[in-house]
Design a protein around this ligand. Structure first.
Ligand SMILES: Cc1cc2nc3c(=O)[nH]c(=O)nc-3n(C[C@H](O)[C@H](O)[C@H](O)COP(=O)(O)OP(=O)(O)OC[C@H]3O[C@@H](n4cnc5c(N)ncnc54)[C@H](O)[C@@H]3O)c2cc1C
Length: 398
């Protein structure tokens, strides 16, 4: 059968409707940037528009109030948001939490959480990272102990984005301790469980971490001290949360790649516009100099490659392909796109000369945003490990 690279009318509609919705907020970008800088408030109005245009419900089945348009459509929406210089913010954690609930939740849980996600009234964050367990997820120690109809949770998480402005947290905790695993002769991938936790529950304390990024989300260190969670909030099977967790990481990587291609497009658009009008010697626009033009042309080529890889990964996810295959596509797309975002912002700054460092130009603040994606949600090094092991069949070193 033929290979078709054209987007469907539905997909194009996502791009245009998201773009038109953002027109309303164009003059308020500085306000949102200031919000991020001050770490104060949340752009609720913009969030509600994300919901109205269907982005929060893109992965929610229609019977739970969503539009189920899929990950490819959602990634196109993400890309448009970032191309226009806005931040998808919580849409990223919501998307991965939605996947987790749709695939692993029971009927009652789906009815409880999904309609609110779709209509924008319920916001979710995602909490797996701990001070001693970032890249190595299996090392997490936060412990959930069953006590009658509740689980009692103790431990801590770190770097949790948006915990202050969300209603619920998808929390990864250990229901079997390391000592118990040893006794049972089981590996560390066993004994992880997923819980939906009300972020306002007693027993939760949050401390902000100072991370100057250009989006509006703050990151938090979170402490759990005898937090009581109803047993009905356990998502999937106790002790067997690992596959449920990893199935949500593929969409997270694909959407992270889309954020990066959007940021790269935004930086490229700014650079090209400036290179066409800035004249330094005689009447020649600086874009005529190959030292300015060629790096931008390279960004354009890399952008097409990264975008195609990201679309392929999203398409494979939507088709329900084997998660390991989707994982390869997702990782490779995220790898290319994250490197590209840094390169694109760097060339755009160089094109602007001194103006590249002026805040209003909007590039220097994009730098930290672009740089983040080399490290999180999965680092460049771990993607190379994944490809070495799963795509090339090389031995694992760690
Ligand atoms: C702004 C921001 C927002 C975040 N939001 C969230 C969130 O909402 N929820 C959440 O749970 N987490 C979140 N994180 C955490 C993020 O996912 C982790 O920081 C990331 O996974 C890396 O973990 P770490 O910081 O512990 O680094 P470490 O695990 O300490 O790694 C340090 C370095 O060593 C490298 N390394 C480690 N092991 C290997 C290996 N085997 N081979 C090669 N290299 C290796 C890593 O690639 C990395 O470069 C966020 C982080 C940031 C900065």
């Amino acid at each position: 059968m033929s290979l078709d690279f054209t987007l469907s009318d539905e997909h194009k509609l996502v791009q245009t409707s998201v773009g038109q919705m953002l027109d309303k907020f164009e003059s308020r970008k500085a306000e949102f940037r200031q919000m991020a800088k001050d770490g104060d408030g949340f752009p609720e109005e913009l969030w509600q528009e994300y919901a109205k245009v269907g982005l929060t419900g893109a992965l929610v089945p229609e019977e739970y109030g969503g539009n189920n348009m899929g990950l490819l459509a959602l990634m196109l929406g993400f890309e448009t948001v970032c191309t226009r210089g806005f931040s998808p913010g919580l849409l990223l954690t919501i998307a991965m939490d939605t996947c987790c609930i749709v695939r692993n939740g029971n009927e009652e849980q789906k009815q409880r959480y999904l309609p609110g996600i779709a209509n924008g009234s319920t916001k979710f964050c995602f909490a797996v990272t701990e001070p001693n367990a970032g890249t190595n997820t299996f090392q997490i120690e936060t412990h959930a102990k069953r006590d009658g109809d509740t689980y009692v949770i103790n431990g801590q998480k770190t770097f949790i984005s948006g915990a202050d402005v969300t209603d619920q947290m998808l929390l990864v905790a250990r229901t079997t301790t390391f000592d118990e695993l040893k006794e049972q002769g089981k590996g560390k991938s066993h004994g992880l469980s997923l819980f939906v936790v009300d972020t306002k529950s007693p027993g939760i304390e949050m401390t902000p971490i100072s991370i100057p990024l250009s989006d509006e989300l703050k990151q938090f260190q979170i402490f759990f001290d005898d937090l009581h969670v109803p047993a009905e909030n356990l998502l999937g099977e106790e002790d067997n949360g690992v596959m449920a967790l990893f199935n949500s990481l593929n969409p997270e990587r694909i959407l992270a790649a889309a954020i990066c291609t959007g940021m790269a497009q935004s930086a490229l658009d700014k650079a090209v516009a400036y290179a066409n009008q800035r004249r330094v010697f005689k009447d020649t626009p600086i874009g005529a100099y190959q030292s300015i033009a060629h790096p931008l042309a390279e960004v354009k080529i890399d952008l097409d490659a990264a975008r195609l890889m990201t679309q392929r990964a999203a398409w494979a996810f939507d088709c329900g392909m084997d998660p390991l295959k989707v994982g390869s596509y997702a990782n490779m797309a995220k790898f290319l796109a994250a490197d590209l975002a840094i390169k694109a912002v760097d060339h755009a700054i160089e094109t602007h000369g001194g103006l590249g460092f002026v805040e209003e130009t909007g590039l220097i603040n994009q730098w930290s945003g672009a740089r983040l994606f080399k490290t999180a949600p999965v680092s460049r090094e771990m993607i190379l490990n994944y490809v070495s092991e799963w795509d090339l069949g090389l031995p694992k070193s760690y």
